[in-house]
Write a protein that binds this ligand. Structure first.
Ligand code: HSE
Length: 230
């Protein structure tokens, strides 16, 4: 990614690692080279969370975000609620192309933490580092935990939250009336808490080849618009 930017090429990427670790420096380099760095595909697949936050909610004053940012874990939790075992549900998520090559990044919460850092730094003007996020995945959740939540009218979700004081990824038991509780399977969601509009929630596909490919297309079309407008 550094090399094409240094040589004056536009970059569109769904690779969240470099963006979580080095967004500020990469964006500075892109600005200096007068090229575009498109990163929509790094968060929530084809669901335009970054564009919504950075363009359409510009000026709304985003003070906090809370979301389901990992499709694999949400898929696993949804399937476990329906009676599937954890290994079977993970194998399904891998077969469907949702999980990372090493699914530990999904189930231990690090994929969601990367996305949370990207959201905080791009949309909230933060300088958050991965080590600033308290991370707990879903590997400790048992079928009994899932059943107990269901009996109480609740549902486990891996929720990523960031505000002015803290950033964390951890499983939470949500009441079924909570807006994030109804987000099932591979679907992701994010709630932007804003000063002007209150809460704005976006829900949509968060993983898989088509969703990620669409995010890349959206960035390429945005780049095309800037080129043709120039
Ligand atoms: N493994 C990721 C997920 C893919 O399950 O959400 C999209 O970043």
């Amino acid at each position: 990614m550094w090399s094409p930017l240094r040589s004056g090429r536009h970059v569109v990427t769904a690779n969240k690692g470099p963006i979580a670790l080095h967004y500020a420096a990469l964006a500075d380099l892109a600005r200096a080279q007068r090229v575009t760095l498109g990163v929509e595909g790094t968060v929530m697949g084809g669901t335009p969370a970054l564009r919504l936050g950075s363009e359409l909610l510009q000026g709304a004053g985003i003070s906090a975000c809370a979301g389901i940012l990992n499709g694999t874990t949400n898929y696993i939790l949804t399937r476990m609620e329906a009676g599937a075992t954890y290994p079977a549900a993970l194998a399904e998520a891998q077969a469907l192309g949702y999980a990372e090559a090493d699914p530990a990044g999904d189930v231990e919460g690090h994929d969601a933490a990367c996305k949370l850092v990207i959201v905080a730094n791009i949309l909230m003007g933060r300088t958050l580092r991965l080590q600033d996020v308290a991370v707990q995945g879903i590997t400790q959740l048992t079928p009994a935990d899932v059943t107990a939540a269901a009996s109480a009218g609740e549902r486990w979700k891996l929720v990523a939250t960031v505000d002015a004081h803290a950033a964390q990824v951890r499983p939470q038991r949500l009441a079924l009336t909570h807006p994030l509780a109804a987000v099932s399977g591979i679907t992701n969601a994010i709630t932007f808490s804003t000063a002007v509009l209150g809460d704005v929630t976006l829900v949509g596909p968060g993983a898989g080849g088509v969703a990620t490919g669409f995010a890349l297309l959206a960035d390429i079309l945005a780049l095309h618009r800037t080129q043709t407008a120039a």
